[in-house]
Design a protein around this ligand. Structure first.
Ligand code: MRU
Length: 340
């Protein structure tokens, strides 16, 4: 499978997701500032992939800082921490790298080697975790079913395999025939550009719809389950994901369709009691007043562009993690997977 992100010879390479599906271009990053810019500008996106990029950015920062590493470290950390606020995997990865820094900061050579190793380990672990999510989650799907997904929670949003699409892949690997309906996911079109592209690569049947068609297909009985990813899940199960997920969850509830969130434990922020505490990123108005390069509204137009919304736990059927499938009540279930 194509690499989403890769550490090679003290450089970080990323597939430029802004150009997909038209062009497949790998971008080289020689310093942490370039990595931070690529996270902010959506070269790489999706919560787990952002976590891997953050870890590699930290390692690259230490590699390039040389003798100044103690002075540079807080700046590197802050620059990466300020890229995107909602996906908690970014802060989870920074915490993991920070623990290592605190442990080995007295010896630069050892620290340098440990940081590189840890960033690559986070990358490798993520693929394994997603496979486990797929193994645990595919039992919720039956052969012949059609799954609606929103945004891209696939291989491109992770180090590989995907979370929501990991469940689909898990089902397909277990011999089930599964079709996917992908919401286009305005304004950034992750569904149309990324989900459709990556499922086509794997020959998994996928059909694209615009976001406002989901209710129609649900009312016609064409959707058996909804599976989405998450950027941050609070301790009570409220889940932040791409803007529009909340609307899909309400539609699913109305039509009695199960609504699943698939995410690694690193997406669960047990320090937050509920979803109201999750910070929601606001992005540039250009994403809304342009459709790709085509202007669709005048420059002076007032725009709202929240990148995420929060689906309250009562709309969620189950949360599928590498540690098992958690059903309501989520507060108890989530506490259990963190204590086991
Ligand atoms: O703005 P993005 O593209 O980073 O948003 C991505 C999503 O909302 C994904 O669904 C989420 O990060 C889960 S990825 C496994």
């Amino acid at each position: 499978m194509y690499p989403v992100i890769e550490w090679k010879n003290d450089k970080v390479y990323m597939l430029d997701q802004r150009l997909l599906p038209v062009e497949e271009v790998m971008i080289e990053h020689s310093n942490y500032r370039e990595v931070a810019a690529s996270i902010k500008d959506m070269v790489i996106r999706g919560a787990p992939a952002i976590g891997v990029a953050a870890a590699m950015g930290m390692a690259l920062g230490i590699v390039n800082a040389g003798e100044d590493y103690l002075k540079e470290y807080p700046v590197i950390h802050k620059t990466i921490a300020e890229t995107r606020p909602t996906a908690v995997n970014l802060f989870w990865a920074l915490d993991r790298m920070d623990k290592l820094f605190q442990q080995y900061k007295d010896d630069y050579q050892v620290l340098r080697a440990k940081m590189i190793e840890e960033a690559q380990q986070i990358d490798r672990d993520d693929v394994e975790i997603n496979r486990k999510i797929g193994e645990n989650g595919h039992v919720v799907l039956k052969s012949g079913q059609t799954v609606l997904t929103h945004c891209n929670a696939g291989a491109l949003a992770t180090a590989g395999y995907g979370t929501a699409l990991g469940v689909v892949r898990g089902a397909v690997e277990n011999g089930k025939k599964i079709s996917v309906i992908a919401d286009e996911t305005r304004p950034y079109l992750q569904g149309a550009r990324l989900t459709v592209w990556e499922l086509q690569q794997d020959n998994i049947p996928v059909t694209l719809i615009t976001d406002n068609m989901a209710g129609y297909f649900m009312s016609k009985g064409k959707i058996d389950a909804v599976i989405v990813g998450a950027d941050r899940i609070a301790a009570n199960g409220d889940a932040a994901n791409k803007i529009g997920t909340y609307s899909v969850a309400i539609l699913a509830k109305y039509h009695n369709i199960p609504f699943y969130v698939a995410a690694p434990k690193s997406t669960i922020d047990i320090t937050l009691e509920s979803g109201v505490q999750i910070p929601i990123e606001e992005r540039a108005k250009e994403e809304v007043i342009f459709f790709r390069e085509q202007r669709i509204a005048r420059e002076e137009t007032e725009v709202f562009n929240p990148a995420f919304d929060v689906t309250p736990n009562h709309l969620i059927t189950a949360i599928i993690t590498e540690a098992g499938v958690v059903y309501p009540d989520f507060k108890t279930g989530i506490a259990r997977i963190f204590n086991s």
